[in-house]
Design a protein around this ligand. Structure first.
Ligand SMILES: [Zn+2]
Length: 82
């Protein structure tokens, strides 16, 4: 599965460290650290897309967006009955 260039994970630099850490990671509530890979993702939180760690997100090729893993799982569990 290929991820479009504009949806590639972002490496946390000093500027993003300053802006992103005002709220931290929306998925795990941890602060970001330099060099971490993050993505803009949808999730259960309010307010649209937020930065989360790449490992906590899943790229949904159907929508072309990153989704928090738990949210992604819930979405597809609902869509496809076991
Ligand atoms: Zn996180």
């Amino acid at each position: 599965m290929s991820i479009p260039v504009n949806q590639q994970p972002i490496i946390i630099d000093l500027e993003r460290l300053n802006t992103g850490n005002a709220r931290g990671c929306a998925a795990c509530n941890q602060k970001f650290t330099l060099g971490e890979r993050v993505v803009l993702a949808c999730g259960f939180w309010d307010g649209g897309q937020r930065l989360i760690h790449e490992s906590e997100g899943v790229f949904d090729s159907a929508t072309g967006q990153w989704v928090e893993r738990a949210c992604h799982t819930a979405r597809y569990t609902a869509r496809t009955p076991a």
